[in-house]
Every structure is written in C-alpha cells, then in structure tokens.
Ligand binder design. Structure first.
Ligand code: 5GP
Length: 122
C-alpha cells in the first residue's frame, strides 16, 4: 500500500523544530518524547524521523537501518522508564478505524499503572 505523507502534521513540525517537545531519547533515525496529554503516569511517543504514515508503511518501506534504530529506540525508552518489571502497553494506531490523530508513525508506550483491558466494548 502506498501511503501519502502530510508534511504539515504536528510530528513533522516537531521533527523540524517548529514546535517544542519534551524529549526522552533520540537517535539518528528516531525521537522519543512525552505525550502532551498523558493517559498514564508513563506515556512516551516514539517516532521515526523518516516520513512514514503508520507502522504498516514503515515496516514495508523503511530501510533496515531505520527499522533497527527505531526498534532499539523503543527498547531504550522501556529501559529508561523502567517498565519491564511491572509491564506496559505499546500501541500504534492507524487510519480511520484505528482512530489515528497524527498521521506520522508513532508508538505509544504506556505504563506506571494497571492499564485495564486492551479494548472496552464499543
Ligand atoms: P494517535 O491518536 O494519533 O495515536 O495519538 C496521537 C497522540 O499525539 C495523542 O496521544 C496526543 O496527545 C499526542 N499529541 C498531539 N499533539 C501533540 C503535540 O503537539 N505534542 C505532543 N508531545 N504530543 C501530541
């Protein structure tokens, strides 16, 4: 699937330095920062610097180097936030049904409390 990328999305602006962010960790290809509206005591967003709309787009089209960097950045954030012991949730919303607000790939890392069941009945 070929996704079209919107250069004006809010995370693109963060990556260009046009909007500030509360950085947790960064690498050549990835950036992790605290969510502006945290849903749990720990709520970090991890994004690739490359222009990928969602995880499907990234997994299909990113270079091996980007995928490795991004995957390891997620592990580093988990380590830095100490979520391994008590557990955490990793979510990546995509598109309309996934209720994705920002069309630049991001993984939510949530922890610091029991997060309940994954989905509540609609
Ligand atoms: P989505 O629904 O796309 O998976 O989640 C987008 C997330 O981005 C939301 O949790 C929202 O709070 C967060 N967000 C939206 N705008 C900003 C922003 O300007 N800065 C930060 N740090 N987070 C944002």
């Amino acid at each position: 699937m070929a996704y079209s990328y919107d250069d004006e999305n809010i995370f693109a602006k963060i990556l260009r330095g046009e909007i500030p962010n509360d950085t947790v960790f960064e690498t050549e290809h990835s950036l992790a920062f605290n969510d502006i509206r945290p849903q749990a005591p720990i709520h970090v967003l991890v994004i690739p610097r490359g222009k990928y709309v969602n995880y499907d787009d990234f997994a299909a089209n990113a270079s091996d180097e980007e995928i490795l960097d991004y995957t390891r950045a997620i592990a580093k954030v988990c380590e830095m936030k100490g979520v391994e012991a008590e557990g955490f949730r990793m979510i990546s919303n995509a598109g309309h049904n996934g209720v994705q607000e920002v069309p630049h790939l991001h993984v939510h890392i949530l922890g610091g409390r029991n997060l309940g069941r994954m989905l509540t009945p609609a």
